[in-house]
Structures are given as C-alpha cells and as structure tokens.
Design a protein around this ligand. Structure first.
Ligand code: ZN
Ligand code: ZN
Length: 269
C-alpha cells in the first residue's frame, strides 16, 4: 500500500508526497520550507522519511521551495534535464538524478517513471510512482494537452492526481485579458474540468480507486464545479473509488492507495 499526502495544490503552490515502507518521495515543492513543515505536521507526514524530491517543472508554484528543502533534508532532486538546467544555480551542493521518458528512477520501494507534457515550461514532466502490492500513483498537472504519451503513462493506475483547472465558460467570461485566457486554455496551459472528465473516463479501469482533482483555478473554478464535471463522467464508466479535491491552503487527510480488489478483500476479512 502507498499513502498519498496532498499537502496543497493550485497556482500559489503544489506539493504532494507518497510513502511506503518508511520511505517517502516528495513530488513538487511549491511552498516555503516553513509551509511544507506546517502542512506535513498537520497530516502526520514525517519529513525525515523523505528520500528525494521529484519536480514536474521549474515554475515557482512547483519548485520554489525545492532548493531549501533538498539542502535541509540532504536528499537528491529528480528532474528532467532541462528543468535541472533552469534550477541548478539555486541547488548548490544538491545531488541531481535524471528523470524522464528513458530515465526511470528507483527509490526504496518505489519505481518512478515520467514522460514529457506540453505545458509551457522548459522540460515539464508527468510522473508515475509504483510501490508495493501493485499500488501506483500518477501525478499530472499543468498538462496543456493530454497527449498520447501522457495517456499511455497514466494507464492502469491505482490513484491519480489530476489537474482540473478551470470551467471553460468561467474562463471565457473572466477578468483575465484574452491573451492570458488563450494561454490557460491552450496546449501550453491547463486542462479544463471538461477535458479532465474526458481524460479520466478514458483512463478508468477496474483497479482505479482514488482520483484527486488538483490545481483548481481560484478565479475560474470551484471544488463543487470540478466534482460536478468529473464525478458523473467517472461513474458512467463504472468508477467505484473515491474522488477528492485538493485545496490551495490546507492539506487533504492522508489517502490510502491500494488496488480496489485488495481493499475489498481486506474489508471482508
Ligand atoms: Zn502550476
Ligand atoms: Zn506550470
């Protein structure tokens, strides 16, 4: 089983972690060290168990706290090559390990795979962490478009943290200038609730037990609207797991990630 911690998600910071067998991996560190400390303590995540920090891309809402955390914890940072080139000047003594389409990483009980996304960052990634008992967690936000390679990476997961950024009508009628609206809705931007619902329905399979909707726009979305878009689409294809919505300002309670059949089996005992 993997425990998934979603410490926060949105345009002002993203950070989550997976933990199994006493080893934890932080995925993105878009909050200050103090804020990561506060949130980790609130949900019982022991930061001394963090063995590495994986970064999806260099934007501040994903990477601003990474250098300080990596130094303090004395752990390596896993990124694509281009992301590291953008961040290396802040990383001083920190060890870098390559993550990417042809660069699988191993860390304690975890195997981490990644692939490029079309977001407008230097070398952005979506990633999948596989752990004990076939449990797996995919993290894919700031997607731009759900490309074929992203859909392939995210197949057969137990849990998925997925961007559900905006409601398309709210974005079109928002105060954002047209150029910003086009950037958000374009292939270098973010996925809408409707696109997230379509993608999640495509990715559904009987073993999918946890969906976390993440990176919600504060101006053009709400938890209720994201749920209303995604929930029915997932139920229609037979999803029987749980749907969570990540918050910007507070962490979610820890989420147990196990294959649906093994959860049912253990409940039946
Ligand atoms: Zn972001
Ligand atoms: Zn970004």
């Amino acid at each position: 089983m993997i425990t998934l911690y979603v410490l926060g998600s949105g345009s002002r910071g993203n950070c989550c972690a997976v933990e199994a067998e006493g080893v934890a991996l932080l995925i993105d560190a878009g909050f200050s060290r103090r804020e990561v400390d506060r949130r980790a303590e609130a949900v019982g995540l022991d930061l001394s168990r963090i063995a590495a920090i994986a970064l999806t891309h260099e934007h501040g809402d994903h990477a601003s706290g990474a250098a300080g955390l990596a130094r303090r914890l004395g752990v390596p940072v896993l990124t694509a090559q281009g992301t590291w080139q953008r961040l290396a000047h802040k990383m001083a003594e920190t060890e870098h390990r390559l993550l990417g389409l042809c660069s699988r990483a191993e860390l304690g009980p975890f195997v981490i795979d990644a692939c490029p996304t079309s977001h407008d960052a230097y070398d952005p990634l979506a990633s999948v962490v596989r752990g004990p008992n076939d449990a797996s967690v995919g993290v894919a936000y700031d997607l731009g478009r759900a490309t074929a390679v992203v859909r392939y990476l995210l197949r057969d997961l137990t849990a998925i943290v997925r961007e559900s950024n905006h409601d398309e009508v709210q974005l079109r009628t928002s105060q954002y200038p047209p150029v910003v609206q086009r950037r958000i809705a374009g292939s270098g931007g973010h996925l809408s609730n409707r696109a997230a619902a379509q993608l999640l329905a495509q990715l559904h399979h009987p073993g999918l037990s946890v969906v976390v909707l993440a990176h919600l726009s504060q101006q053009c979305n709400s938890a209720a609207e994201a749920r209303a878009a995604v929930g029915p689409a997932l139920r229609r294809v037979g999803f029987r797991g749980s749907i969570h919505v990540a918050h910007q300002d507070e962490p979610l309670p820890p989420i147990r990630v196990a294959q649906l059949h093994s959860v049912q089996y253990s409940l039946a005992l």
